[in-house]
Design a protein around this ligand. Sequence first.
Ligand code: ZN
Length: 133
Amino acid sequence: MVQYLQIASRARTELIDITAQVGELVRKSGVSSGVCHLFSLHSTGAITINEGADPAVRSVISRFLSSLVPVDGPFSHGEGNSDAHVKTSLVGPSETVIIEGGRILLGTWQAIFFCEFDGPRTRKVAVRISADD
Ligand code: ZN
């Protein structure tokens, strides 16, 4: 069964910590051992896992991507959001996390982020939780 997370971004470029929402879906699923697939249903929004403890890290990632792919770069896509499309492909649309003991298995400092590259918008992430047999 597929479930959906709704995410409201507030800035054009923003890494939003969705670890708690994903953890809540896993808890409600009652699955103690398995995997949780996350998939962004957007061409200008991605998913990554990185440090969540220090907010400076998400700012570093966001700024680095913007320096790599500037918004005013020599791109031809008519909507004016070419940079957002390129950043989304660089980061990727999905992550898979392991479920162990009824909880998502992450390192001490890791968090799951939805990466907004053309906000503010309302976004959807598809979530599929599979139990081991
Ligand atoms: Zn576009």
